[in-house]
Design a protein around this ligand. Structure first.
Ligand SMILES: [Zn+2]
Length: 445
């Protein structure tokens, strides 16, 4: 190699080394810069109607006046002892403190950060009352915009009056977990909606099919047990009465591969990410399932798991013609008069065909009219499916209810879970009634 060529290679090497160094510095700056400055806790957090939830302006350290609201907001705003992360304040720390990533400075003046959430303090309070100390979770959101109006995880406590959590392990089991975002539950019969949607798309004439239920049926080499002897029963009625035999037969006909395809399309095994939160994934895995187990999974048993927040978006997609908005909690962040952040409405993508979504909407409305009771849904056009999920021996089953209101003014989807609540609809309908009423009041104010 000539001397000239060697020099050229050396120059290339130097240039490449500088480039690598520059990239490292830029990445470290982008990731770490906000932490190089002490985080100024100087901000205000308000609910959708401007009610104060947290006020750290001018050296103050205040929370909502109402103890029940403080308890309802615990899993969204975090605690003071460091057990529950203040995800939102971490995620929007720059915006709240007016930090400018390009100039590396903060905006001067007397401004402070102001974060407006989508939740209603009134609906949050209603949810805590409605749970009355039972364990579980509820979420309600607008499936057209994505605004979460209510998200409560129970048990909870007033962060201004911290109880003896360690001394009462049963009462405060999992109290530091936001069950709505960071838990997965066995879905029980609410999962029949996944199987029903797959059947509507894949099996011609399923709407007119008649099944026969003797209270049990042999599927593969095991027996599926039903909650009753339903006799001859159609598809719509089978969903309404939650016939395990009919749905195990439908699931068997669909088969593991097609069931898995639809569970995947509806996002069962996927996370949602918004406002610094990442939801826990559910589970639908038939890779080692027998014929019986695949059918049993289609009824919502076997190893099925759903995440409440993710399943709420599936309810929104059913009510909204197959596609729902992605949920979010932070509407805007201002520093002084300057808008630092405003939520963009995003979609979760198309989950179902419009025709399937509309047929399933009608079937779920039929459930409400003929099983759960329309009076629980504020007199609006609502659809729902209940579930009862068995737990360990000696423990009462979990009660679940998933559904929606189909309305131009109140396009709301919801999931309610009461741990140990027993039969799904009986435990959940009084709760959803109170919370839906409060959400509607909040949307009107
Ligand atoms: Zn049956």
């Amino acid at each position: 190699m000539s001397k000239l060529a060697r020099r050229a290679w050396f120059a290339y090497f130097l240039a490449a080394a500088m480039l690598v160094g520059l990239i490292v510095i830029l990445v470290r700056y982008a990731v770490g810069a906000p932490d190089w400055m002490p985080f100024q806790k100087n901000g205000l957090v308000v609910d959708r109607s401007g009610t104060m939830l947290m006020d750290n302006t001018d050296g103050k350290s205040e929370l909502a006046d109402n103890a029940t609201v403080r308890a309802a907001m615990l899993h969204i705003l975090g605690d003071t002892q460091g057990y529950i992360s203040p995800y939102l304040l971490n995620e929007y720390g720059d915006e709240m403190s007016g930090y400018d990533r390009f100039t590396g400075t903060r905006h001067t003046g007397n401004g402070y950060g102001r974060m407006q959430l989508t939740v209603s303090a009134y609906a949050q309070e209603a949810a805590v009352y409605a749970f009355g100390g039972q364990k579980g979770t509820i979420g309600v959101y607008n499936y057209k915009t994505g605004e979460i109006l209510c998200m409560v995880s129970s048990p909870t406590y007033d962060p201004r009056n911290v109880p003896d959590v360690a001394g009462n392990p049963d009462a405060y089991e999992g109290v530091y977990v936001n069950r709505f975002l960071h838990s997965a539950y066995a879905p029980g019969s609410t999962f029949k909606l996944v199987t029903a949607a797959a059947a509507l798309e894949e099996i011609d004439g399923i709407e007119d099919r008649v099944f026969h239920c003797d209270g049990s049926a042999l599927i593969g080499d095991e027996v599926v047990i039903c909650n009753a002897v339903h006799g001859d029963i159609g598809f719509k009625e089978a969903l309404c009465q939650s016939c395990n035999v009919a749905f195990a037969r439908v699931a068997q006909e669909l088969g593991a591969e097609r069931l898995s395809k639809y569970a995947d399309a509806f996002g069962i095994g996927k996370s949602l990410a918004f406002d610094g939160f990442i939801t826990k994934k559910g589970n639908f895995d038939l890779s080692d399932a027998t014929t019986f187990e695949a059918a049993w999974a289609g009824v919502g048993q076997y190893t099925d798991q759903i995440n409440p927040c993710q399943y709420m978006t599936f309810m929104g997609a059913i009510a909204n013609g197959g596609e729902a908005a992605q949920p979010y909690l932070v509407e805007s962040v201002y520093f002084g008069d300057r808008e630092e952040y405003r939520a963009a409405h995003k979609t979760c993508g198309t989950m179902l065909d419009r025709q399937t979504a509309d047929e399933l909407t009608d079937m779920m409305h039929y459930n409400v009219v003929n099983n759960y009771g329309e009076w629980y849904f504020s007199g609006l056009y609502a659809g729902a499916k209940s579930g009862t999920a068995e737990r360990a021996e000696g423990q009462a089953p979990n009660a679940l209810l998933a559904g929606f209101v189909r309305s131009e003014d109140y396009p709301l989807a919801f999931v309610v879970i009461v741990e140990g609540g027993g039969a799904g609809s009986a435990a959940c309908t009084p709760i959803i009634r109170q919370v839906l009423d409060a959400c509607i009041v909040a949307m009107n104010s």
